[in-house]
Design a protein around this ligand. Structure first.
Ligand SMILES: Nc1ncnc2c1ncn2[C@@H]1O[C@H](COP(=O)(O)OP(=O)(O)O)[C@@H](O)[C@H]1O
Ligand SMILES: [Mg+2]
Length: 262
């Protein structure tokens, strides 16, 4: 059966959205070769919130870039929704990435001189969505992040927290299954960072977006259902999917209770 969020993840069994096998990444060649990831095996299920933690240089970003299909592994396979991605041609790969993923980075990559709206509609433009629909979807995403009043502002004229919220709006505008966030609060003060975190977890709980957060912030990691610890390119700890099972049961119960009281 295809993994689809049309069927709520909390009513279904564990639904793998990403499965990696024997993943290895070597940067450089010959005497310059550096193995950044060694033989990673990992399954991420729909609806999970996963923290990838570890010291600086341990391979967190490398792993995230591979999972998000932004880079190719040296060895191993990456299945997204049952599709083995390492064999895909660039066009199919871009399509898969554009349809299924959203990205939030530490350095708020934006076009500073474009408006908020132009920045948020960009993934839809790439996907070939029509102008009217682009604007509707962007406005909805900006509403979700509480920036409806800033649609026409120049991106550069926003505060750091607002910029990161624009990035989140852009990340969710295509209704992605998986949201990747690499140190999403790294450049924010703690109060602003907390708001961004709340927004990310709201998307996970309410819209069932699978959340994969790369962070060296242990407090942020603890908020996730699952923690995967990387050291020297290897997984040294994976708390697994137990927590998401507990969440699944809890939400299923809540849903039942609500239905029962109607
Ligand atoms: N493009 C690259 N070329 C060579 N080495 C790289 C490249 N990107 C990352 N590395 C090296 O791979 C290791 C892991 O990097 P990275 O995944 O960015 O770690 P983290 O995100 O945990 O800080 C580091 O030693 C880094 O220097
Ligand atoms: Mg990094």
């Amino acid at each position: 059966m295809p993994n689809s969020l049309a069927e709520p993840w909390y009513n279904s069994k564990m639904n793998p959205v990403i499965e990696v096998k024997n993943l290895t990444k070597v940067y450089g060649k010959r005497s310059n070769a550096f193995t950044a990831l060694k033989n990673i095996n990992l399954t991420i299920n729909a609806g999970e919130s996963v923290a990838i933690v570890g010291k600086s240089g341990s391979g967190k970003s490398t792993l995230m870039h591979l999972l998000a299909l932004l880079d190719k592994p040296t060895k191993g396979t990456i299945e997204v929704d049952g599709v083995e991605s390492t064999k895909l041609k660039a066009r199919k790969l871009n399509q898969l990435r554009n349809r299924s993923f959203g990205f939030v980075f530490q350095q708020f990559f934006m076009n500073p001189n474009d408006s908020v709206l132009q920045n948020v509609t960009l993934p839809l433009k790439i996907a070939g969505t029509r102008r009217k629909e682009r604007h509707e979807l962007a406005e909805k995403a900006l509403k979700t992040v509480g920036l409806s009043e800033r649609v026409k502002f120049k991106a550069n004229d926003l505060s750091g927290g607002q910029k990161q919220r624009v990035c989140i709006a852009r990340a969710i505008v295509n209704n992605p299954k998986i949201l990747f966030a690499d140190e999403p609060t790294g450049n924010l003060d703690s109060a602003t960072g907390d708001k961004v975190i709340k927004l990310l977890f709201d998307l996970n709980r309410k819209k069932h977006v699978t959340l994969i957060i790369v962070t060296h912030d242990e407090d942020l990691a603890k908020l996730c259902d699952r923690q995967i610890r990387i050291s020297d390119g290897k997984i040294v700890e994976d708390t697994g999917t137990k927590a998401v099972k507990a969440k699944t049961t809890k939400i299923a119960k809540e849903t039942k209770t609500k239905k029962g009281t109607k």
